[in-house]
Design a protein around this ligand. Structure first.
Ligand code: FAD
Length: 511
C-alpha cells in the first residue's frame, strides 16, 4: 500500500529559487486535494540580489507555467540573449562567442566540425564562430525569432534565452504564485523542529513564535542552507581546487556601450567580469579569487570598467564552488544556492533550480519518502553539477594566459578525469562525447574547446568524401548564408520595441 500523498509543502526562502519552486508547485500540483504551498521569507535578510543571465532552457520553464513571454519581458525588463562573449580568455585581445544553437550543417552523416577541420587543413582561415547564426547575430547586435517551422532556414539553428532583473523576476513569480494559491509568510526562521527519531523536519519556528508545519520542506534559503546544511548537517563537496574563484562584487550601472544580445565575460588578472545588458540598466560583477586579489582592488577594477554611472553601492559576496553531498535528505530538498554553487561563468544556476524542480516533480514523494527515489534524485543532481563543473574548468584550463599567478595556477591545474577524457578524445580526432543527457551539448563543447585553442590532430575520415574544392565551396556558402541572414535582422533595440520592450530608452533603442 502506498502512503498518502504529500500535500503540505513548505518552501524556505523567497529568492529566485524559492519563487520558481513555489510557482512550479502550484502550477503542477495545484489540483491535488488538500494541497498547500507555503513560502517563508525574511525581508530583513533579503536575497542574494544577483543572477540575471539565463540559458535557453528557461523558455521551457516559462511554458510550463503558462507565462506570456511578452508580459514576462516587460515585467522583468528583460533583453534577449544569444550566447556569451568571452573577451581576453584565450589571451588578451582575443574574443569569441559561445552561442546558443548549433554550428554549420552536418553533412554526409557526420558532425559539421569535421568538415571545418578539413577546411582548416586545406588552408581555410575562417573561425568556428562564422558558422553560428547566433554568434554572428549576437556580434552584430541583431535578433530574431528562431524559425522552428522551417528546418531549412538558417534561423532554425538559433536558440535564445533572457537577461532579466533578478528582483523583478522574483516579484513577477511571487505575483504568479500567490494568484494560484501559494501563501507567503513573512518572518525570520530562528528554530527548526525535527522528529526526535527520524530527524525529519516537522516545523519552522519564526522569531515572533509562529510555527509553520509541513510534510515536505524545500530549502531555498540561499548560501545559509538553513535546513539541509545547518539543520541536517549534510556535508559539502568542495571543488575550489578546480574553481578557485570564491568572491564577487556586483553593481548595476546606467546603460551605455554596446547593446548586443549577449552576456559578456571579460577575463581579469584574478578572475573575470560580467556585463549583462537589460532594458533599463546593465548588471555588472567581478568574480575573483580572494587568494589572488583583495576585495578593494577587485572593487576598484570593476568600478573602472563600467559602461555607465553606478546605480547602487557595490554588493560584496563570498562563496565556495561545490554542492551538498545529498541535495535531498529525509524530507528536505535543497534547490538553488542552498544546494550548491558553481560560478556564473555559463549562467547555469537558475537552470540548476529549474532542473532540480523538474527532477523533484518526476520523483515527487508520498509521505513514505521512498529512499530509492531520493537516491536517484541525488545521483542525477550530483552528475549534473559535475558535468557543469567540467565545462567551467575547461574555460580556465584551456587558456594561454600566463600574465598572473591566478592564470598560471588555472593553466597548470590537472583537470578532473572526466574532463581529461573529453579533452583527449577531442584533441585526438575532433570527436565529442555527451553522456547522460548532460546540459552542455556537443556544440557548446565544440565552441569553447576550439575557441580556446584546443586543436584536434585529425578529424573523421568521412570528411575526405568531399574533395578539397567542394569542402571550400560549401564552407564559404554556409558563411555567406549566415552573413546575409544576419543583415536582414532587426537590432535588439528595434526588436524589443515590437516585442516585450517596456521603456523607450533612446540610447538603448537607437544604438
Ligand atoms: P537567495 O536569493 O539568497 O534567497 C534566499 C532566501 O532565503 C531569501 O528570501 C532569504 O530571505 C531567505 N532566508 C534565508 N534565511 C532565512 C531565515 N532564517 N528565515 C527566513 N528566510 C530566510 N545564476 C544564473 O543563473 N545566472 C547568473 O548570471 C548568475 N549570476 C550570479 C552571480 C553571483 C555573484 C552569484 C553569487 C550568483 C549568481 N547566480 C546566477 C546564481 C543566482 O543568483 C541564484 O541561483 C539565484 O538567485 C537563486 O538564489 P536563491 O534563491 O537560492 O538564494
Amino acid at each position: 500500500m502506498s502512503a498518502p500523498p504529500v500535500t503540505k509543502i513548505v518552501v524556505v526562502g523567497g529568492g529566485t529559487a524559492g519563487w520558481m519552486t513555489a510557482a512550479a508547485m502550484v502550477r503542477v500540483l495545484g489540483q491535488m486535494p488538500g494541497l498547500s504551498v507555503t513560502l517563508v521569507e525574511s525581508e530583513a535578510i533579503g536575497t542574494v540580489g544577483v543572477g540575471e543571465a539565463t540559458i535557453p532552457q528557461i523558455i521551457g520553464f516559462n511554458r510550463l507555467l503558462g507565462i506570456d513571454e511578452m508580459e514576462f519581458m516587460r515585467e522583468t525588463r528583460a533583453t534577449y540573449k544569444l550566447g556569451i562573449e568571452f573577451v581576453d580568455w584565450l589571451r588578451p585581445g582575443h574574443s569569441y562567442v559561445h552561442p546558443f544553437g548549433s554550428f554549420g550543417i552536418d553533412m554526409l552523416g557526420i558532425d559539421f566540425q569535421h568538415f571545418w577541420l578539413r577546411g582548416q587543413s586545406l588552408g581555410d582561415t575562417s573561425r568556428i564562430d562564422d558558422y553560428s547564426i547566433a554568434a554572428a547575430a549576437g556580434k552584430a547586435g541583431r535578433f530574431g525569432w528562431p524559425r522552428t517551422d522551417n528546418p531549412r532556414s538558417p534561423m532554425a539553428k538559433l536558440s535564445y534565452a533572457f537577461q532579466f532583473d533578478a528582483g523583478r523576476y522574483a516579484r513577477f513569480l511571487r505575483r504568479y504564485s500567490e494568484a494560484q494559491g501559494a501563501v507567503r509568510v513573512e518572518g525570520r526562521i530562528t528554530n527548526v523542529k525535527q522528529d526526535p527519531e527520524s530527524g525529519f523536519v516537522t516545523s519552522l519556528v519564526l522569531e515572533d513564535g509562529r510555527e509553520v508545519a509541513g510534510e515536505l520542506f524545500i530549502d531555498c534559503s540561499g548560501f545559509r542552507s538553513l535546513l539541509l546544511g545547518q539543520t541536517l548537517d549534510v556535508p559539502f563537496t568542495d571543488w575550489s581546487k578546480w574553481l578557485p574563484c570564491d568572491s564577487a562584487v556586483a553593481i548595476p550601472c546606467e546603460l551605455g556601450g554596446a547593446n548586443e544580445p549577449l552576456t559578456r565575460s571579460t577575463a581579469r588578472p584574478a578572475g573575470w567580469q560580467w556585463r549583462i545588458p537589460l532594458q533599463h540598466r546593465i548588471g555588472n560583477g567581478h568574480v575573483f579569487s580572494s587568494s589572488h586579489m583583495d576585495r578593494s582592488a577587485a572593487t576598484d577594477l570593476l568600478l573602472a570598467n563600467l559602461d555607465g554611472k553606478p546605480l547602487a553601492d557595490p554588493n560584496q559576496l563570498s562563496f565556495k564552488a561545490g554542492h551538498r553531498v545529498r541535495a535531498w535528505d529525509r524530507n528536505v530538498v535543497a534547490l538553488g544556492l542552498a544546494g550548491g554553487f558553481l560560478e556564473p561563468l555559463e549562467s547555469t544556476s537558475i537552470h540548476l533550480v529549474q532542473s532540480g524542480i523538474a527532477r523533484l516533480m518526476a520523483l515527487f514523494p508520498d509521505t513514505g519518502f521512498g529512499q530509492v527515489e531520493i537516491d536517484r534524485f541525488n545521483l542525477e543532481t550530483t552528475r549534473e553539477y559535475r558535468n557543469i563543473r567540467d565545462f567551467l574548468v575547461l574555460h580556465y584550463r584551456a587558456s594561454e594566459r600566463d600574465d598572473s599567478e591566478f592564470w598560471r595556477y588555472c593553466r597548470n591545474l590537472p583537470p578532473p578525469d572526466s574532463l581529461r577524457e573529453k579533452l583527449d578524445l577531442f584533441t585526438s580526432s575532433g570527436r565529442i562525447i555527451r553522456e547522460n543527457n548532460e546540459l552542455f551539448t556537443e556544440d557548446s563543447w565544440l565552441s569553447v574547446m576550439l575557441s580556446q585553442g584546443v586543436t584536434p590532430q585529425s578529424y573523421h575520415p568521412a570528411a575526405w568524401m568531399l574533395d578539397a574544392e567542394e569542402t571550400r565551396t560549401r564552407l564559404a556558402h554556409i558563411r555567406a548564408v549566415i552573413a546575409q541572414t544576419v543583415e536582414q535582422l532587426p537590432t535588439q533595440g528595434e526588436f524589443l520595441q515590437a516585442n516585450g520592450g517596456a521603456i523607450a530608452h533612446e540610447d538603448y533603442l537607437t544604438s
